[in-house]
Design a protein around this ligand. Structure first.
Ligand SMILES: [Zn+2]
Length: 236
């Protein structure tokens, strides 16, 4: 975890704890791409966002992703380590626009998703997302009835063109053989790991502050090795 400075980690954790998951994913994206203007990151395709978060996650915690799935048929819990090699190749460039039924679309961004949050009806939200991704120069204006009929084909095209936007994996259940499909939310997965890591860091700060009276900033300035050495002296 030395890749992220402990004080920066706690600041991100504190900010993200109160945010919507999409904003939280953007926070992690900014952590992965510190050189980019944060506002511009909201317009990047979801697949590029997720791939950047996954790369940072691998640098922090390694390649293997421990995971589990419950089989919906027999209830068997499948625990496994997900190998990134099982995932599609990570995108490196913005996917090109694509045409469906004479209309031109692009793949969605975090900002497009944020724009649908006020819509509670799933179909209306899907239509709003399609409208946001519709190229104004690539065909008609996108009437609601026309877009409603295109939700499935455009969604399929988006999945094919930008598979990292919504990663899913299918594992055969060892007990009954059913293929169980689940989606892998990279940002939520990494956030859970950071949340646990921040919790352990706060525990360490609490113990050192209680024992020595040092400030949080002074404790965070200590190297991991030196912090661990003092902790060992408090809890032999
Ligand atoms: Zn099963």
């Amino acid at each position: 975890m030395s890749i992220i400075d402990p004080a920066r980690l706690l600041a991100v954790w504190e900010t993200g704890a109160r945010r919507h998951p999409i904003d939280r994913a953007l926070l992690l994206f900014a952590l992965a791409r510190p050189e980019a203007p944060p506002d511009a990151l909201a317009d990047e395709p979801l697949g590029m966002r997720n791939a950047a978060i996954m790369r940072l996650r691998q640098q922090c915690f390694g390649d293997a992703l421990p995971a589990w799935l419950d089989c919906p048929e027999c209830g068997e819990r499948m625990e496994f380590e997900l190998d990134p090699a099982m995932l599609p190749p990570a995108p490196t460039t913005r996917p090109a626009p694509f045409d469906v039924a004479g209309l031109r679309f692009r793949v969605p961004s975090s900002r497009d998703l944020l724009g649908t949050l006020h819509t509670s009806d799933p179909e209306q939200a899907a239509i709003a997302l399609l409208r946001a991704c519709l190229d104004p120069d690539g065909g008609a204006e996108g009437e609601a009835t026309e877009l409603a009929a295109l939700i499935d084909p455009v969604g399929d095209a988006m999945d094919a063109i930008d598979p990292w936007a919504d990663l899913s994996l299918t594992m055969p259940c060892p007990a009954c053989g059913t293929g169980v499909t689940a989606s892998l939310d990279v940002a939520a997965y990494f956030w859970d790991e950071l949340d646990r890591h921040a919790g352990r860091l706060l525990d360490d700060i609490h113990r050192l502050a209680s024992a020595y009276g040092w400030s949080e900033a002074a404790i965070l300035d200590l190297s991991h090795t030196r912090r661990a050495a003092y902790l060992a002296r408090i809890n032999p």
